[in-house]
Ligand binder design. Structure first.
Ligand SMILES: [Zn+2]
Length: 125
């Protein structure tokens, strides 16, 4: 995992956490994430980058996507159902993402969290 730092970060800046694609079949959420990233990395996104720290996991289920699954990971599990007790071996993306969220919370930087899951025209956050 690579971290990209595009401006100076102060310790007291609020954190926004974004994730996407926990369900491989919801490919349109990748387009929403791509648009979000393009905006944040553009000059127009500079004001947001200067106000917030963004922690972004653009794809929570890469093995499911690569293997063409609709809802499950390579282990055959719906990763959205393992958040309470993820395994570092069976659900590493959820395990480490949960760890990041826990770390931010216990260090006093509880993030605003949004998952970009788009599976219908009825709302996507
Ligand atoms: Zn979903």
């Amino acid at each position: 995992m690579e971290m990209i730092r595009l401006c100076v970060v102060a310790d007291n800046m609020p954190v926004i956490f974004l994730s996407s694609r926990v369900h491989p079949g919801e490919s349109n959420s990748s387009w929403v994430m791509a648009g979000t990233l393009n905006f944040l990395l553009s000059e127009d996104g500079r004001a947001l980058r200067e106000m917030y720290v963004f922690k972004i996991v653009p794809m929570l289920n890469p093995d499911g996507v690569i293997n063409g699954n609709y809802r499950c990971s390579l282990t055959g599990q719906d990763l959205n159902r393992v958040w309470l007790n993820p395994s570092p071996d069976l659900h590493p993306t959820i395990y480490y993402t949960r760890g990041l969220l826990h770390y931010l919370s216990v260090t006093g930087r509880k993030p605003f969290v949004s998952t970009l899951n788009k599976f219908s025209r009825r709302g996507w956050l």
